[in-house]
Write a protein that binds this ligand. Sequence first.
Ligand code: ACO
Length: 427
Amino acid sequence: MANQAKLNAAGKDFDFPVLQGSVGPEVIDIRKLYAQTGKFTFDPGFTSTASCESALTYIDGDEGVLLHRGYPIGQLAEHSSFMEVSYLLLNGELPSKDELDTFSYTISRHTMLHEQLATFYRGFRRDAHPMAIMCGVVGALSAFYHDSTDIADPEHRKISSHRLIAKMPTIAAMAYKYAVGQPFLYPDNNLSYTGNFLRMTFGVPAEEYEVIPAVEKAMDRIFILHADHEQNASTSTVRLAGSSGANPFACIAAGIACLWGPAHGGANEAALNMLKEIGTPDRIPHYIERAKDKNDPFRLMGFGHRVYKNYDPRATVMQSTVREVFEALKVTDPLFETALRLEEIALNDPYFVEKKLFPNVDFYSGIILSAIGFPTTMFTVLFALARTVGWVAQWNEMISDPGQKIGRPRQLYTGPTQRDYVPLDKR
Ligand code: ACO
């Protein structure tokens, strides 16, 4: 029968509906599998599982395609702004000029933090990793906004989303300022979302801070490139946390915790550290051999992706942005030459070719961020800042779905079967 998948289990046939999205592979709807067959599916790492229905972002990993609400990432990176992409992700359509102005104004009205939040920072050691601070401070926002905690109310969800998008740059900049021992700067809402973030990060009260337009543009583009990426680990974490009806700020803190890992958002920090360790192009072959050695845990950071089995389209934009930033700041970085050479050598090596390992978004981003002046520990913070819009858009989409259920996977149990307790003196 069309649009049905047949499963033969224990000699019996079962039919399951096959669902078709607007584009992309069909999915077999196995929601009734356990009820009908008494069996679960086994898919650790979710390599073959669509965990939800979503209309936000589409990725074709084989072709290297990434679309937000249908718009290719390359076009958005070239022509759009982070505020516009945020509006698009949240609302489904590109805004008119008036809609964009109103949205940007609304976000700018939420950029300040409650004064008491500043005291949270002082509880952290000065050498705390800024991602640790981000987890703590964003989670702590749950204790501040009691006027919008009804997640069933779309208006409350909207206010929480706006607050999160608006406050992340302030929180991130303060994490940086705390580490370097400089005073926190209040937002300046005359500046753009990104310009304001750069000023809060690199400005000091004693001097006028001048936003360099090319750097502002590059940073804004980096935010666009990180805005959303369908059901990646941190987004799935936000959805899972949110599925229980948890406070949105706490859900985003959970996403930040997941993003921190070196296999996910932490890879940009790890990639630059790796390039520094490699140093000069003549040392690349040694590291390529290490990456291929099964007994060596070393991997080429910024290489490979669960979904992309082709060039990550975000990496293409990143690579050209490196050149723009170097030109604007009149700097170069020998690590860029090392990165280009490493990419060339890896892409011609049968190991990487056969496993379809290509540079991902994190491979070049560290070089740009470093040129702008960010320490490596801030890289994942910037990722979290930008991804917040994706997280809140996905969270909103999930909560608005009337069929939404708490996320509760099952398992293949391999522990001991039932046995009787043995008293301590008999063990
Ligand atoms: N260097 C060397 N070998 C690699 C790399 C790498 N960067 N990535 C994958 N491989 C190899 C694995 O050893 C494995 O080989 P095998 O089949 O012989 O066992 C094979 O390629 C498949 O790799 P998996 O880890 O099974 O693939 P998975 O989809 O689970 O992992 C991941 C994807 C985590 C991104 C992986 O490629 C990786 O660790 N990359 C480095 C970290 C990184 O750059 N992460 C950022 C991802 S993008 C993002 O989160 C924004």
